[in-house]
Design a protein around this ligand. Structure first.
Ligand code: DAH
Length: 339
């Protein structure tokens, strides 16, 4: 009898099954009422008394092992079958989890789109720049405060390699590559060493515009900016230009639009003035043309630069600048329908 038990134990250990039906057949063969184990139990009565203990233990051992092995096989077959069943290649992948465009991307694309309809093409430049393209070629004096440590991030304490603090550097990159006519729009990220708060961040986005040709005048600039403002904020939008100063333009101006949140009647966003500043602009300083290899006795140009966050705030009233870079999905999902 001990031999028989051992033989069954060996069999049980090497059982295999390819389907749930196979497993059920094995269960019947070993563990059912008329199965091998119960058969042994029936024969147990004839076992001499002095052998009962050992044989009883061996039969129990076989029963446990057979139960375990069959359960293992049942699990293995079940996982295999479910895995195969679950892949329904004809099923619609619904609901489709679509990503959303970032609000800054939506607005950047809209700005680029408006200017491309006016014949501007896209130009880009590096975010890690050198002093020449960011400052010197743009007519910043050596001791101009914007070069100060407070504003500019330096790369590895190298005085010449910096993170660009404005996209005006792409003006220089474009002019050194290309003679007029030049008509480019340059979107990109810029960096300034500012404490992060709801109203300031150490990086933000700008769109720069540059137009250089013969006979370009301030009225061309004004007309293009009016058209941009009305395309961006609606046909009733008014603009106003206030004299200002930038090293790279002469004359320079800052442009306000009639506040599109209150319609110009005054609200907290426009500080009750009815106007909001959206960009800086001016006629390219001849010194900038010359520094970049363009003959200023033949050519003239205008340029402008605007903050994408500012324009996005006007369109969508995002109150805290930090929202733009925190990637909170609840915030981003609010723009699902925007584009
Ligand atoms: N670079 C300026 C800034 O970061 C913005 C600007 C002003 C750009 C006037 C221009 C411009 O091209 O003409 O504040």
């Amino acid at each position: 009898m001990l031999d028989k038990i051992q033989q069954l134990l060996n069999e049980v250990n090497s059982l295999t099954a390819a389907s749930a039906d196979d497993v059920e057949a094995l269960r019947i063969r070993y563990l059912s009422k008329k199965g091998e184990v119960n058969q042994l139990m029936a024969d147990f009565r004839t076992v001499p008394a002095e052998m009962k203990k050992e044989i009883g233990m061996r039969i129990n051992e076989l029963k446990t092992r057979a139960t375990e092995r069959i359960a293992e096989l049942r699990d293995a077959v079940a996982t295999k079958e479910t895995a195969a069943d679950d892949v329904d290649l004809t099923r619609t992948p619904y609901p489709i989890a679509l990503g959303t465009r970032h609000p800054l991307t939506i607005v950047r694309n809209e700005i680029v789109d408006i200017f491309s309809r006016l014949g501007f093409t896209l130009a880009e430049g590096p975010e890690v720049e050198d002093d020449w393209h960011v400052y010197s070629s743009m007519n910043f004096a050596d001791d101009h405060p914007a070069r100060d440590m407070q504003d500019t991030f330096f790369v590895e304490a190298h005085p010449d390699i910096i993170l660009r603090s404005h996209t005006s550097s792409v003006q220089a990159r474009t002019m050194e590559r290309q003679q007029p006519p030049i008509r480019v729009i340059c979107p990109g990220r810029v960096y300034r060493n500012e404490a992060i708060s709801a109203r300031a961040h150490c990086f933000f986005h700008q769109v720069e515009g540059l137009y250089v040709d013969r006979d370009v005048s301030f009225k061309d600039l004004k007309q293009v900016l009016l058209l941009f403002a009305q395309e961006m904020f609606g046909k009733d939008t008014r603009i106003r230009l206030r004299p200002s100063y930038f090293p790279f333009t002469e004359p320079s101006a800052e442009m306000d639009i009639s506040c599109n949140i209150c319609g110009g009647t005054g609200c907290s966003f426009c500080k009750h003035t009815g106007w909001v500043e959206i960009l800086g602009c001016g006629m390219v300083d001849p010194a900038v043309l010359e520094a970049n290899g363009i003959d200023s006795s033949v050519y003239r140009g205008y340029a402008f630069g605007m903050g994408v966050e500012r324009i996005t705030n006007l369109k969508y009233q995002v109150k805290d600048l930090r929202m733009f870079s925190e990637n909170d999905v609840r915030f981003l999902e609010e723009f699902t329908a925007a584009h």
